[in-house]
Design a protein around this ligand. Structure first.
Ligand code: HEC
Ligand code: HEC
Length: 304
C-alpha cells in the first residue's frame, strides 16, 4: 500500500514537473520573438511535387535591415512604427477591435512580396480608389485597414501611431522610386477557372489550414492570450467590409502565402474554394451598413 502510494506520488510529481516546464517555457517566450512568419515552420506537404516560385536574388526589392535603423529621433519613430505594425494589440490597442495585428496579413513585418508589402505601397499614394470613390492618401488607406481589417477605429492623421506607421513604411521603402509599381506589390494573381465551391473549400480547410487556424476558424492563442495563429472568422476576425472578405482578394493572399511556409502549393481553384469557405462564416458587421443590410443585402466584401 505504502509503496503504491509512493509510486503514485513519484508519477504525479513527474507529471507536474513536465507540465510546469511547458507552462514556464510558454510564458517565457516573448510573442514578438516567435512571430511565426519569421520562423517559417516546416509543414510536411509534398512541396517537391509542385513548382514553387523561387525568390531570385534581385527579383524583389530588399528593404533595409532592422539593425540599420538610425539612432536618432526618426529612428525612434521607425521603431515605434514597427512595434505598432507587428504588435498592434499592444502598441495600437486603443484603435483595435479584434484579435489581429497588421502583420497578420502583411507578413514578415510588412516586407513579404505578395502579402501587401509596405515598401511597395507607400510610394504609390495618393492614389484613386474605387472603395472610397476618390483620391486617397496613404494615411487614409491605413485608416481603412484599422476600420475594417482590425474592426476598430481610425487613428487621426496627426496621431503618434499614424505618424509612426508612415515613418516605418517610408523607411522600409528606402531606395524605392516614387510612383513606380514594384514587383511583389499587393497580392499574387490567380486564374478563376470555376465558380468557387465552399464544399470543396471545406476539404482544403480541414486538410491544410485547420491544424493552425483551428477546426472552427478560431485560431490558436499564446499563454498570454495573444494569437499565435490568427482567427479566420468569428468576432475576433476582420469585419465584412475588409478587403480580405472579398473572395478573390483572400484567394490571392492565400495562394502566395498559405499554408504558412508553403505558399504556392495550393492550386488556384483550391485557393478560391477555401476563400469562399472562409467567406460563408460569421464575422463582425460592415460598420457602414445597417444590421439588416449586413444580414440580407451585403455583397461579398461589402464595398471593397
Ligand atoms: C485582415 C487582414 C489585414 C490586416 C489585419 C491589415 N491589412 Fe492592410 N490590407 C489588407 C488587404 C487585403 C489589403 C488590400 C485590399 C485591397 O485593396 O483590395 C490591404 C492594404 C493595405 C495597404 C495598401 C497596400 C497597397 O499596396 O496599396 C496598406 C498601406 C495597409 N494595408 C496597411 C495596413 C496597416 C498599417 C495595418 C494595421 C493597422 C493593416 N494594413 C492591417 C489586409 C489587412
Ligand atoms: C503553419 C500554420 C498555418 C497554416 C497551416 C495556415 N496558416 Fe494561415 N496564418 C498563419 C499565421 C501564423 C498567420 C499570421 C501571420 C503572422 O501573424 O505573422 C496566418 C494568416 C492567415 C490569414 C490572414 C490573417 C487572418 O487571420 O485573417 C489568412 C486569411 C490565412 N492565414 C488563411 C489560411 C488558409 C486558408 C490556410 C490553409 C490553406 C492557412 N491559412 C494555413 C499560420 C498558418
Amino acid at each position: 500500500m505504502n509503496s503504491l502510494l509512493a509510486k503514485t506520488s513519484v508519477v504525479l510529481t513527474g507529471f507536474t514537473l513536465v507540465l510546469g516546464t511547458v507552462v514556464l517555457s510558454a510564458a517565457e517566450i516573448d510573442p514578438l520573438e516567435v512571430r511565426p512568419t519569421l520562423v517559417q515552420p516546416a509543414v510536411s506537404l509534398p512541396t517537391n511535387l509542385v513548382t514553387v516560385p523561387v525568390v531570385n536574388p534581385g527579383e524583389f526589392f530588399m528593404p533595409p535591415n532592422f539593425d540599420d535603423i538610425p539612432d536618432d529621433k526618426t529612428g525612434d519613430m521607425v521603431r515605434l512604427g514597427r512595434n505598432i505594425f507587428t504588435n498592434t494589440q499592444e502598441y495600437g490597442a486603443r484603435y483595435v477591435g479584434n484579435g489581429l495585428n497588421c502583420v497578420s496579413c502583411h507578413l514578415s513585418e510588412g516586407r513579404q512580396p505578395y502579402a501587401g508589402p509596405l515598401w511597395a505601397a507607400v510610394g504609390m499614394f495618393p492614389i484613386s480608389r474605387n472603395k472610397n470613390r476618390r483620391v486617397v492618401t496613404y494615411e487614409e488607406r491605413i485608416q481603412d485597414c484599422f476600420k475594417y481589417s482590425l474592426d476598430g477605429i481610425a487613428p487621426t492623421v496627426d496621431s503618434p501611431e499614424m505618424i509612426a506607421l508612415v515613418t516605418y513604411s517610408k523607411w522600409l521603402a528606402t531606395g524605392v522610386p516614387i510612383g513606380v509599381s514594384m514587383p511583389g506589390r499587393g497580392f499574387a494573381t490567380i486564374k478563376k477557372t470555376h465558380d468557387p465551391d465552399s464544399i470543396d473549400g471545406e476539404i482544403v480547410y480541414r486538410n491544410k489550414c485547420a491544424m493552425c487556424h483551428g477546426d472552427n476558424g478560431e485560431g490558436q492563442k499564446h499563454a498570454d492570450g495573444s494569437y499565435m495563429f490568427p482567427p479566420l472568422w468569428g468576432l475576433d476576425s476582420f469585419n465584412r467590409a475588409a478587403g480580405m472578405n472579398k473572395v478573390k482578394t483572400a484567394a490571392t493572399f492565400i495562394k502566395a502565402n498559405m499554408p504558412l511556409g508553403s505558399g504556392y502549393t495550393l492550386s488556384d481553384d483550391e485557393a478560391l474554394d477555401v476563400a469562399v469557405y472562409m467567406w460563408i462564416h460569421f464575422r463582425p458587421d460592415d460598420p457602414r451598413q445597417s444590421f439588416l443590410m449586413n444580414r440580407f443585402g451585403a455583397k461579398p466584401g461589402g464595398g471593397g
